[in-house]
Design a protein around this ligand. Structure first.
Ligand code: DX5
Ligand code: ZN
Length: 215
């Protein structure tokens, strides 16, 4: 059964507490937290004040996806804000290995993400050092975009690399995932899926989450 990590980017922030309580009661496994800086991606989302306000009411691990340049500057602050997993972008790090080591030294699980145009081969060296690979299946920056089909091939490639090297890191896939395609994403090798629009635009988000886990 896949791990489902709903992205609160698609929630209505005026009622954030209500949505968090819904996710707490749902079968969601993690909370996906999309942090955007307006530099790495053409959008700005939210940062520390929101995380500090929600961390005490969230009952599940915070899966923090940093779409920011030079994320090493903020790793400790995201740990202090309650992150269980911190994922940084391959494209955004001056020294990726150092950033991953820094995340681990803070006692947090470390993930690396690649954009749709970045080939999976760049991951080979870092793979033994990370807990999670986040494959972007849309261009990062906005929720509600269409799933890029080529991502399926990339999931298979990363899956193969992980098994060839006998590694244990998880594959998470992010962007454009819903009931219509979750099955093929999981079949391709995803251990975890992110879902924003599919969950929050549904009449019954809890049942979408339940069905996504079942498929
Ligand atoms: C995109 C974000 C995603 C996004 C997912 O930049 O990283 O996590 O919020 O939302 P949907 O599922 O709507 O594509
Ligand atoms: Zn994300």
């Amino acid at each position: 059964m896949a791990i489902v990590s709903p992205s609160i980017l698609s929630s209505n922030f005026a009622y954030l507490q209500k949505d968090i309580e819904m996710l707490n009661e749902s079968e969601a496994d993690w909370f996906h937290i999309d942090v955007m800086d307006g530099v790495f991606v053409p959008n700005i989302s939210f940062g520390f004040p929101i995380l500090h306000s929600i961390r005490n009411i969230v009952k599940k691990p915070l899966d923090v996806h940093l779409m920011i340049v030079n994320p090493e500057r903020y790793v400790e602050r995201f740990r202090d804000a309650g992150a269980s997993i911190i994922t940084v972008h391959y494209e955004a790090c001056a020294d990726l290995k150092r950033t991953i080591d820094l995340i681990h030294s803070c006692g947090v699980k470390a993930g690396v993400s690649i954009n749709p145009e970045t080939p999976t081969a760049v991951l080979r060296e870092i793979l033994p050092c990370v807990d999670l690979v986040l494959i972007m299946s849309v261009h990062p920056g906005f929720g509600g975009q269409k799933f890029i089909e080529d991502s399926l091939q990339k999931i298979c490639e990363v899956k193969r690399m992980i098994s060839e090297e006998n590694l244990s890191c998880l594959i998470e896939v992010d962007g454009g995932i819903g009931l219509g395609n979750v099955e093929k994403v999981v079949r391709a090798g995803a251990d975890a899926v992110v879902a924003g629009a599919a969950v929050f635009s549904a009449e019954s988000p809890e049942s979408i989450i339940r069905d996504m886990k079942k498929l």
